[in-house]
Design a protein around this ligand. Structure first.
Ligand code: PDD
Length: 287
Protein backbone atom coordinates (compact mmCIF):
# COMPACT_ATOMS: atom_id res chain seq x y z
CA UNK A 1 0.00 0.00 0.00
CA UNK A 2 1.33 3.45 -0.90
CA UNK A 3 2.39 5.47 2.12
CA UNK A 4 1.20 8.94 2.89
CA UNK A 5 4.21 11.22 3.28
CA UNK A 6 4.67 14.88 4.18
CA UNK A 7 6.31 17.42 1.86
CA UNK A 8 6.42 21.17 2.54
CA UNK A 9 3.06 21.50 4.23
CA UNK A 10 1.18 18.82 2.28
CA UNK A 11 0.24 15.22 2.96
CA UNK A 12 0.69 13.29 -0.29
CA UNK A 13 0.88 9.72 -1.54
CA UNK A 14 4.54 8.70 -1.76
CA UNK A 15 4.53 8.59 -5.58
CA UNK A 16 3.04 12.09 -5.77
CA UNK A 17 5.70 13.77 -3.59
CA UNK A 18 8.29 15.41 -5.87
CA UNK A 19 11.23 17.72 -5.18
CA UNK A 20 13.35 19.87 -7.49
CA UNK A 21 16.54 18.54 -9.13
CA UNK A 22 18.18 21.73 -7.75
CA UNK A 23 17.40 20.78 -4.16
CA UNK A 24 20.63 21.18 -2.16
CA UNK A 25 19.91 17.99 -0.25
CA UNK A 26 20.11 16.15 -3.58
CA UNK A 27 23.06 18.06 -5.10
CA UNK A 28 25.22 18.84 -2.05
CA UNK A 29 23.99 16.65 0.84
CA UNK A 30 23.08 20.04 2.34
CA UNK A 31 20.41 18.61 4.61
CA UNK A 32 19.93 17.34 8.12
CA UNK A 33 17.74 14.51 9.34
CA UNK A 34 16.30 12.70 12.33
CA UNK A 35 14.92 9.22 12.84
CA UNK A 36 12.39 8.75 15.65
CA UNK A 37 11.14 5.32 16.62
CA UNK A 38 7.51 4.46 17.19
CA UNK A 39 6.44 1.84 19.75
CA UNK A 40 2.78 1.10 20.52
CA UNK A 41 1.92 3.91 18.07
CA UNK A 42 3.80 6.49 20.17
CA UNK A 43 6.96 8.52 19.60
CA UNK A 44 10.10 7.59 21.53
CA UNK A 45 12.45 10.36 22.76
CA UNK A 46 10.68 12.91 20.53
CA UNK A 47 11.94 15.95 22.47
CA UNK A 48 15.55 14.76 22.25
CA UNK A 49 15.29 14.37 18.47
CA UNK A 50 13.69 17.81 18.07
CA UNK A 51 16.40 19.44 20.21
CA UNK A 52 19.15 17.79 18.18
CA UNK A 53 17.44 18.79 14.92
CA UNK A 54 17.45 22.43 16.05
CA UNK A 55 21.14 22.15 16.94
CA UNK A 56 22.03 20.59 13.55
CA UNK A 57 20.18 23.40 11.74
CA UNK A 58 21.91 26.07 13.86
CA UNK A 59 25.37 24.58 13.28
CA UNK A 60 24.79 24.77 9.51
CA UNK A 61 23.21 28.23 9.60
CA UNK A 62 20.05 26.77 8.17
CA UNK A 63 16.70 28.38 8.81
CA UNK A 64 14.38 26.39 11.09
CA UNK A 65 11.17 26.36 9.07
CA UNK A 66 8.96 24.48 11.47
CA UNK A 67 7.91 24.73 15.11
CA UNK A 68 8.07 21.96 17.73
CA UNK A 69 4.27 21.89 17.84
CA UNK A 70 3.92 21.51 14.07
CA UNK A 71 6.58 18.80 13.98
CA UNK A 72 4.83 16.82 16.69
CA UNK A 73 1.51 17.16 14.84
CA UNK A 74 3.02 15.94 11.56
CA UNK A 75 4.76 12.99 13.23
CA UNK A 76 1.53 11.95 14.91
CA UNK A 77 -0.56 12.44 11.79
CA UNK A 78 1.80 10.28 9.69
CA UNK A 79 1.81 7.54 12.34
CA UNK A 80 -2.02 7.55 12.27
CA UNK A 81 -2.44 7.82 8.49
CA UNK A 82 0.01 4.97 7.88
CA UNK A 83 -1.24 2.86 10.76
CA UNK A 84 2.20 2.49 12.36
CA UNK A 85 2.31 0.51 15.58
CA UNK A 86 6.06 -0.20 15.51
CA UNK A 87 8.37 1.57 13.13
CA UNK A 88 10.21 4.78 12.38
CA UNK A 89 9.50 8.34 11.31
CA UNK A 90 12.19 9.81 9.04
CA UNK A 91 12.48 13.61 8.88
CA UNK A 92 14.74 15.56 6.55
CA UNK A 93 15.22 19.30 6.14
CA UNK A 94 17.38 20.57 3.30
CA UNK A 95 18.47 24.12 2.54
CA UNK A 96 15.92 24.04 -0.25
CA UNK A 97 16.01 24.41 -4.00
CA UNK A 98 17.52 27.60 -5.44
CA UNK A 99 17.15 28.23 -9.18
CA UNK A 100 20.58 26.79 -10.09
CA UNK A 101 23.52 24.77 -8.72
CA UNK A 102 25.89 26.96 -6.72
CA UNK A 103 28.32 26.24 -3.85
CA UNK A 104 27.30 29.48 -2.15
CA UNK A 105 24.29 29.11 0.16
CA UNK A 106 21.13 30.65 -1.32
CA UNK A 107 19.63 33.71 0.37
CA UNK A 108 17.30 32.27 3.05
CA UNK A 109 14.79 35.04 2.32
CA UNK A 110 14.45 33.73 -1.23
CA UNK A 111 14.83 29.97 -0.80
CA UNK A 112 12.74 28.02 1.69
CA UNK A 113 14.01 24.80 3.21
CA UNK A 114 12.54 21.54 1.92
CA UNK A 115 10.82 19.54 4.65
CA UNK A 116 10.16 15.84 4.08
CA UNK A 117 8.81 13.24 6.48
CA UNK A 118 7.87 9.62 5.88
CA UNK A 119 7.20 6.54 8.00
CA UNK A 120 8.78 3.09 7.87
CA UNK A 121 6.61 0.27 9.14
CA UNK A 122 8.67 -2.22 11.20
CA UNK A 123 6.49 -4.73 13.02
CA UNK A 124 8.54 -6.58 15.65
CA UNK A 125 11.07 -3.74 16.06
CA UNK A 126 11.13 -4.06 19.86
CA UNK A 127 11.11 -7.85 19.85
CA UNK A 128 13.85 -8.20 17.27
CA UNK A 129 15.48 -11.66 16.87
CA UNK A 130 18.85 -9.89 16.41
CA UNK A 131 18.64 -8.72 20.04
CA UNK A 132 18.62 -12.37 21.17
CA UNK A 133 21.42 -13.42 18.84
CA UNK A 134 23.68 -10.37 18.91
CA UNK A 135 25.60 -8.70 16.10
CA UNK A 136 28.90 -9.50 14.44
CA UNK A 137 30.99 -6.39 13.91
CA UNK A 138 34.08 -5.63 11.84
CA UNK A 139 36.31 -2.62 12.37
CA UNK A 140 37.06 -0.18 9.55
CA UNK A 141 38.92 3.12 9.36
CA UNK A 142 36.78 6.17 10.09
CA UNK A 143 37.02 8.18 6.89
CA UNK A 144 34.15 10.60 7.49
CA UNK A 145 34.34 14.39 7.74
CA UNK A 146 35.10 16.14 11.04
CA UNK A 147 31.61 17.36 12.05
CA UNK A 148 29.95 14.06 12.89
CA UNK A 149 28.01 15.78 15.67
CA UNK A 150 25.78 17.34 12.99
CA UNK A 151 23.25 14.82 11.71
CA UNK A 152 23.65 15.45 7.98
CA UNK A 153 22.52 13.20 5.14
CA UNK A 154 26.14 12.67 4.01
CA UNK A 155 25.81 8.94 4.54
CA UNK A 156 27.95 7.53 1.74
CA UNK A 157 30.84 6.38 3.92
CA UNK A 158 28.53 4.79 6.53
CA UNK A 159 26.75 3.00 3.64
CA UNK A 160 30.11 1.80 2.31
CA UNK A 161 30.95 0.64 5.84
CA UNK A 162 27.78 -1.45 6.04
CA UNK A 163 28.68 -3.00 2.67
CA UNK A 164 32.25 -3.77 3.85
CA UNK A 165 30.71 -5.59 6.83
CA UNK A 166 28.21 -7.44 4.67
CA UNK A 167 30.90 -8.60 2.26
CA UNK A 168 32.70 -10.48 5.05
CA UNK A 169 29.52 -11.91 6.59
CA UNK A 170 29.27 -9.40 9.47
CA UNK A 171 26.24 -7.32 10.46
CA UNK A 172 27.81 -3.90 10.88
CA UNK A 173 31.06 -1.98 11.25
CA UNK A 174 32.65 0.06 14.03
CA UNK A 175 34.82 2.91 12.83
CA UNK A 176 38.29 3.45 14.24
CA UNK A 177 40.33 6.64 14.29
CA UNK A 178 43.86 6.80 15.75
CA UNK A 179 43.35 3.33 17.22
CA UNK A 180 40.16 4.36 19.07
CA UNK A 181 36.61 3.37 18.23
CA UNK A 182 34.50 6.39 17.29
CA UNK A 183 31.07 4.82 16.69
CA UNK A 184 29.14 2.38 14.53
CA UNK A 185 28.06 3.24 10.97
CA UNK A 186 24.64 4.32 12.25
CA UNK A 187 24.85 3.84 16.00
CA UNK A 188 26.93 4.57 19.11
CA UNK A 189 29.39 1.93 20.36
CA UNK A 190 29.98 0.61 23.90
CA UNK A 191 31.97 -2.03 25.73
CA UNK A 192 31.49 -3.35 29.26
CA UNK A 193 34.47 -4.42 31.35
CA UNK A 194 34.11 -5.55 34.97
CA UNK A 195 30.50 -4.28 34.98
CA UNK A 196 31.60 -0.79 33.87
CA UNK A 197 30.04 0.67 30.71
CA UNK A 198 32.67 2.40 28.57
CA UNK A 199 31.78 4.64 25.65
CA UNK A 200 33.46 7.53 23.87
CA UNK A 201 32.60 10.95 25.28
CA UNK A 202 30.67 13.39 23.12
CA UNK A 203 32.63 15.71 20.82
CA UNK A 204 32.60 16.58 17.11
CA UNK A 205 33.91 13.04 16.39
CA UNK A 206 30.59 11.29 16.99
CA UNK A 207 26.88 11.85 16.76
CA UNK A 208 25.39 12.77 20.12
CA UNK A 209 22.98 9.87 20.17
CA UNK A 210 19.58 10.47 21.71
CA UNK A 211 19.36 6.78 22.66
CA UNK A 212 22.89 7.07 24.10
CA UNK A 213 21.86 9.91 26.41
CA UNK A 214 18.82 7.99 27.65
CA UNK A 215 20.68 4.68 28.11
CA UNK A 216 23.51 6.33 30.08
CA UNK A 217 20.96 8.09 32.26
CA UNK A 218 19.08 4.82 32.96
CA UNK A 219 22.39 3.02 33.62
CA UNK A 220 23.43 5.63 36.20
CA UNK A 221 19.97 5.56 37.80
CA UNK A 222 20.32 1.76 38.02
CA UNK A 223 23.65 2.19 39.88
CA UNK A 224 25.70 0.91 36.94
CA UNK A 225 29.10 2.50 36.48
CA UNK A 226 29.63 4.56 33.34
CA UNK A 227 32.96 5.81 32.02
CA UNK A 228 32.89 8.20 29.06
CA UNK A 229 36.31 7.86 27.47
CA UNK A 230 38.03 6.68 24.31
CA UNK A 231 38.60 2.94 24.03
CA UNK A 232 40.80 1.02 21.59
CA UNK A 233 39.65 -1.74 19.31
CA UNK A 234 42.03 -4.11 21.18
CA UNK A 235 40.24 -3.24 24.41
CA UNK A 236 36.97 -4.06 22.68
CA UNK A 237 38.24 -7.54 21.68
CA UNK A 238 38.85 -8.29 25.37
CA UNK A 239 35.60 -6.77 26.71
CA UNK A 240 33.11 -8.81 28.77
CA UNK A 241 30.20 -7.39 26.76
CA UNK A 242 29.64 -4.96 23.90
CA UNK A 243 26.62 -3.26 22.40
CA UNK A 244 25.34 -0.47 20.18
CA UNK A 245 22.50 2.02 20.57
CA UNK A 246 20.35 3.93 18.09
CA UNK A 247 16.74 4.95 17.56
CA UNK A 248 16.23 2.00 15.21
CA UNK A 249 17.99 -0.71 17.27
CA UNK A 250 17.54 0.62 20.86
CA UNK A 251 20.19 -1.38 22.78
CA UNK A 252 21.58 -4.16 20.59
CA UNK A 253 24.19 -6.67 21.81
CA UNK A 254 27.45 -7.24 19.94
CA UNK A 255 28.85 -10.78 20.25
CA UNK A 256 31.82 -10.72 17.88
CA UNK A 257 34.33 -8.06 16.77
CA UNK A 258 36.81 -8.84 13.96
CA UNK A 259 36.33 -12.57 14.59
CA UNK A 260 36.96 -12.24 18.36
CA UNK A 261 34.13 -13.58 20.49
CA UNK A 262 32.98 -11.07 23.11
CA UNK A 263 32.29 -12.64 26.50
CA UNK A 264 30.91 -16.09 25.69
CA UNK A 265 29.80 -15.12 22.21
CA UNK A 266 26.26 -14.53 23.49
CA UNK A 267 24.49 -11.28 24.47
CA UNK A 268 25.73 -10.20 27.91
CA UNK A 269 23.47 -9.96 30.95
CA UNK A 270 24.14 -6.24 31.57
CA UNK A 271 23.36 -5.48 27.93
CA UNK A 272 20.10 -7.45 28.02
CA UNK A 273 19.11 -5.67 31.23
CA UNK A 274 19.87 -2.26 29.69
CA UNK A 275 17.76 -3.13 26.66
CA UNK A 276 14.83 -4.10 28.86
CA UNK A 277 15.13 -0.96 30.99
CA UNK A 278 15.45 1.26 27.92
CA UNK A 279 12.37 -0.24 26.25
CA UNK A 280 10.30 -0.14 29.42
CA UNK A 281 11.21 3.40 30.45
CA UNK A 282 11.04 4.94 27.00
CA UNK A 283 7.67 3.34 26.27
CA UNK A 284 6.40 4.88 29.53
CA UNK A 285 7.66 8.31 28.47
CA UNK A 286 6.54 8.00 24.81
CA UNK A 287 4.19 10.67 23.47
N1 PDD B 1 21.34 6.73 13.03
N2 PDD B 1 25.82 7.52 15.35
C1 PDD B 1 25.49 7.60 14.06
C2 PDD B 1 26.57 7.79 13.06
C3 PDD B 1 24.13 7.50 13.66
O1 PDD B 1 23.81 7.60 12.36
C4 PDD B 1 23.13 7.28 14.64
C5 PDD B 1 21.68 7.20 14.30
C6 PDD B 1 23.54 7.18 15.99
C7 PDD B 1 22.55 6.98 17.11
O2 PDD B 1 21.78 8.13 17.35
P1 PDD B 1 20.31 8.03 17.94
O3 PDD B 1 20.41 7.25 19.20
O4 PDD B 1 19.94 9.42 18.18
O5 PDD B 1 19.45 7.33 16.92
C8 PDD B 1 24.88 7.32 16.30
C9 PDD B 1 19.97 6.69 12.61
C10 PDD B 1 19.14 5.74 13.40
C11 PDD B 1 19.92 6.44 11.12
O6 PDD B 1 20.73 7.02 10.44
O7 PDD B 1 19.03 5.71 10.63
Amino acid sequence: MARTVYLNGEYLLENEAKISIFDRGFLMADAVYEVTSVLDGKLIDFNGHTDRLRRSLDELDMKNPISYKELLEIHRELVLLNNINEGLVYLQISRGAPSDRDFVFPNPDETDPTVVLFTQNKPGLANSPAAKKGLKIVSIDDERWGRRDIKTVQLLYPSMGKMMAKKVGADDAWMVQDGHVTEGTSNNAYIIKKNKIITRGISNSILHGITRAAVLRFAKEGQMQVEERNFTIDEAYKADEAFITSASTFVMPVVEIDGNKIGHGKPGSNTSRLREIYLEESKKAAI
